[in-house]
Design a protein around this ligand. Structure first.
Ligand SMILES: [Zn+2]
Ligand SMILES: [Zn+2]
Length: 228
């Protein structure tokens, strides 16, 4: 057979030519899926089980007879088991699983929160750990400055004793005003007064955040309400 380009003239359209000599091609020939859908609708309208070739009546409110419903359920269960074994979404069978049996997209159809409980818990624990870690770093930094202050004898006497206990120079444990008051056998208010000058000095020396609430940095402003 000669190549098409040898026989065709300029302006020749192969598709037009086929249309002219094969008029049936103009009719839209339904593909397999469309045929199946049409058959389904016909059987449904006629009140038959929609399984091709089945003459039984469908179950009430269903589109198939009991036997074919059971077949369908068995097939669905088999598909599900295979998908789970292959590690893909049990619903769509295409995308990978996400924190469970379904993929990230199919999961949305069954839940209100896009993130599963396990993921949310993991995130929360991670954030808590981060916060604890950074607070511990702030405490360590402030303790180091306090130790310098004590070594340079910038704070002495009862004030120094209170500060040593407060930042935990000896055991690395920060103490509350109540704990210091109990150890020094003084009132909580007296502990606050003893610590106030040291805390103001520390606030001016420590860069960034402090391990106690920020309002204490404003001298004389509600300092009596602190708990630490
Ligand atoms: Zn049937
Ligand atoms: Zn899916």
């Amino acid at each position: 057979m000669r190549a098409t380009s040898e026989v065709i003239s300029p302006g020749f359209s192969f598709s037009k030519w086929t249309r002219d000599i094969h008029p049936r091609r103009n009719l839209s020939v339904p593909n397999k899926g469309e045929k199946r859908k049409r058959l389904y609708r016909q059987r449904r309208a006629a009140g038959q089980c929609t399984q091709a070739g089945c003459s039984a009546k469908p179950e009430v409110g269903r589109c198939k007879c009991q036997k074919h419903l059971q077949d369908m359920a068995k097939r669905a269960l088999k598909d599900r088991k295979e998908r789970i074994a292959n590690g893909v979404c049990s619903y769509c069978g295409t995308r990978p699983q996400f924190w469970g049996r379904k993929c990230i997209l199919c999961r949305q159809m069954y839940t209100s929160n896009p993130l599963p409980i396990g993921a949310r818990r993991a995130l929360r624990e991670y954030r808590n750990a981060e916060a604890q870690h950074s607070f511990a770093q702030i405490q360590n930094k402030t303790r180091a400055v306090a130790i310098k202050l004590l070594a340079g004898r910038k704070v002495v006497g009862e004030q120094a004793r209170a500060l040593r206990l407060y930042v935990g120079v000896d055991d690395g444990k920060w103490r509350t005003y109540s704990e210091i008051a109990a150890q020094m056998k003084v009132s909580k208010e007296w502990v606050r007064k003893l610590l106030l000058p040291s805390k103001i000095t520390l606030a001016s020396m420590v860069e960034g955040k402090l391990p106690w609430p920020a309002y204490e940095r404003k001298i004389g402003y509600r300092v009596g309400n602190e708990s630490r």
